[in-house]
Design a protein around this ligand. Structure first.
Ligand SMILES: Cc1ncc(COP(=O)(O)O)c(C=O)c1O
Length: 426
């Protein structure tokens, strides 16, 4: 999973071309959007796909008439696209729904019905609360919660997981990348350890997804949840699971719904126009890979994955230059950086930065940034356990600046100027 990254100055990424595809960026060039961790912007093609669906085939699926058949086809195509995005074995393993949180809840309800003597569940204090609280709820069903905690440097060490798991461990729930600190967890190593004791692995891939290549086969996980609105798509979520596990997962479903995926995981109607939009977001990524690889059109459908691999590889390289520059700018302002702050360890992080300026309330930093046309965030980041570890109070929290591939070095320099002005009290 750890991609070798080029030296930061050696990367050539078509950022201007990319930005022109995002109306929110192209139409308001003065606004600097560093709050992508809370949801990214969408390319026009995603908006067009959503619109097209609503205007031309806003009907229920499963009918015998043409428009309904088209809806079925849209959903099927979108499942294929998401399967390629995450390297699933088959599109049946992909379920669509509201968001990552509701899929985690669905999973915990189903797994909670089968705990018996293998009842230990490992959670981390690095995760978003969505991947903690839902598992804590299972204490009522007899689960024993085991905490895999960060060390004092605010990193999770896979060696620390080994003594926590045994033949009673039912599953390990952890994030692929921290939405607050930006650090990447070696989830393939987590899966190796967990499988060795017969435990399953549930991954929260929400924050990793816009930054690097998802590969459920390389991660060797058992379940993975993700949200579309973090990967340049609309508000929707999807879940992947191993087919053999999905087949026996005890989800709630009405009697007449077949006990097979993905239908057994998709209670009721989901938002078809957003599923159409998600496929368009993946086409955007595909096209970026094709054009960055020297081709003008998206590659043939058989090589969708190949284009996505190219795209995510170049995004990862470009984002390392953003991380390098952000660290320099934060360090120049004497900011306290939580998480990896060493420029020689960029391969272990994405460009998401959690920081505080000494003696300046995070809300003040955010307000001044906002007055100067920069969107960042302050608060607890939906991670109360992590806040406690960072010794930040829930109501005050920390600052977070989260960048993606359409952000630029110039924007970082502008952010740095404002940061310095805040430190000087201007
Ligand atoms: C790492 C992480 N996990 C889970 C969630 C919840 O995702 P959703 O809004 O799709 O439920 C978020 C949302 O910000 C997140 O950043």
């Amino acid at each position: 999973m750890k991609q070798q990254l080029l030296a930061p100055q050696a990367v050539n990424f078509p950022c201007e071309q990319v930005r022109s595809l995002f109306p929110a960026l192209a139409e308001e060039p003065g606004f600097i959007f560093f709050d992508n961790g809370a949801g990214a912007q969408i390319p026009r093609a995603v908006f067009d796909a959503i619109n097209d669906h609503l205007l031309h085939r806003n009907v229920q699926r499963g009918g015998r008439y043409a428009k309904s058949i088209e809806v079925d086809a849209t959903i099927a195509r979108s499942r294929e696209s998401v399967a390629a995005l995450i390297n699933a074995h088959s599109s049946e393993e992909i379920a669509f729904g509201m968001n990552a949180t509701s899929f985690l809840r669905l999973l915990s309800l189903a797994i909670g019905r089968t705990l018996q003597t293998r009842n230990e569940i490992v959670v981390t204090d690095l995760d978003h609360e969505a991947n903690i609280a839902t598992w804590l709820q299972l204490e009522r069903e007899g689960a024993r919660i085991v905490w895999w905690k960060m060390r004092e440097d605010n990193n999770l060490y896979v060696e620390d997981l080994a003594p926590l798991i045994n033949s009673k461990t039912r599953l390990v729930a952890c994030t692929v990348t921290s939405h607050t600190l930006g650090s990447i967890v070696d989830v393939a190593a987590v899966a190796k350890l967990s499988h060795a004791v017969g435990a399953e692995v549930v991954l929260d891939c929400v924050h990793y997804a816009p930054h690097a290549l998802i590969d459920v086969q390389a991660f060797d996980c058992d379940y993975l949840v993700c949200s579309g609105y973090k990967i340049f798509g609309p508000h929707m979520g999807f879940m992947w699971g191993r087919l053999d596990l999905l087949n026996v997962l005890q989800t709630f479903r009405e009697e007449f719904i077949p006990d097979s995926p993905p239908g057994k995981i998709e209670a009721g109607t989901f938002i078809y126009e957003n599923v159409a939009g998600m496929a368009a977001a993946i086409t955007y990524l595909e096209t970026l890979g094709a054009s960055h690889g020297g081709e003008e059109e998206p590659a043939a459908s058989g090589s969708l994955r190949a284009s996505l691999v190219r795209t995510m590889t170049s995004i990862r390289e470009y984002e390392a230059t953003l991380s390098f520059e952000m660290l320099k700018v934060l360090q120049a302002a004497d900011a306290i950086i939580y998480g990896i702050d060493d420029t020689s360890r960029l391969a272990e992080r994405v460009p998401t930065f959690c920081f505080r300026l000494p003696n300046v309330p995070p809300a003040h930093v955010t307000k001044v940034m906002s007055d100067r046309g920069i969107g960042i965030r302050d608060g607890h980041m939906y991670a109360p356990r992590l806040m406690k570890r960072l010794r930040a109070s829930l109501d005050i929290g920390v600052n977070r600046a989260s960048l993606v591939h359409y952000n630029t070095i110039q924007e970082i320099h502008e952010f740095g100027k404002v940061l310095r002005d805040i430190v000087r009290g201007h």
